[in-house]
Design a protein around this ligand. Structure first.
Ligand SMILES: Cc1cc2nc3c(=O)[nH]c(=O)nc-3n(C[C@H](O)[C@H](O)[C@H](O)COP(=O)(O)O)c2cc1C
Length: 199
């Protein structure tokens, strides 16, 4: 009888302290950080937010890129060559409180854009679940998701999501509307289910 009482107390303590290791996704704190120049990646970030909850944060730079596309491409190529990390205006309030961090960015120069590299250098995501997503002009994510893994060596990096967005080079800017938005929504939901963020 004494043994049974002892076991009941241990069981109750275990349940209340979470030692069952069963924190469900809905209890996890989610942050969605994204970079977006022509708002396609932002549209994907908003779909993720709608289906997972979480806090949305757009990355802003101290010194924004030029409006001119060609000048921006040249600046990005130079920054990639020199390894320059552009300073960010955006600071995350208590990043340590988040368990899951979505990282969204467009493909630039077939790579992760320098500002997202700045973010991953400035913020320690070790021990967290990191989930990348991307939009591009049809050439894919390039080395972007590999770079996420390299810059987050102590995080659990889940399978990323990538979709065709705008083609600024050809004057095609924001495309995530109408049928394209519906398509994107269903693809994002399928992916969120696969990685068990959504039921
Ligand atoms: C500086 C720059 C470089 C880019 N380089 C590539 C590239 O190498 N490959 C590609 O597929 N798309 C490239 N793009 C196109 C963007 O990835 C695409 O338009 C994306 O959907 C933009 O996302 P956003 O609307 O969130 O800014 C580039 C765009 C910019 C502005």
């Amino acid at each position: 009888m004494k043994n049974l009482a002892f076991l009941s107390i241990i069981f109750a303590l275990c349940m209340s302290s979470g030692c069952t290791n069963a924190q469900s996704m809905s209890e996890k704190k989610i942050l969605i950080v994204y970079l977006s120049r022509t708002y396609n990646t932002q549209a994907i970030a908003e779909i993720i937010q709608k289906n997972s909850g979480g806090t949305l944060v757009a990355l802003e730079l101290k010194q924004p890129y030029p409006e001119n596309y060609k000048q921006t491409v040249q600046q990005v190529v130079d920054e990639n060559e020199s390894g320059y990390l552009p300073p960010l205006k955006t600071k995350i309030d208590s990043i340590e409180k988040y368990d899951v961090i979505f990282i969204g960015f467009p493909t630039w120069d077939m790579k992760m854009p320098p500002p997202m590299k700045s973010f991953l250098h400035e913020n320690n995501l070790s021990g967290k679940t990191v989930i990348p997503f991307n939009t591009n002009a049809g050439y894919g994510v390039g080395s972007g998701f590999k770079t996420v893994k390299q810059l987050c060596p102590d995080s659990k990096v889940l399978e990323g999501f990538s979709i065709t967005g705008g083609i600024e080079r050809d004057g095609i800017l924001f495309v995530m509307k109408g049928e394209k938005l519906k398509e994107a929504e269903s693809e994002v939901k399928e992916w969120l289910k696969k990685i068990k963020i959504m039921q």
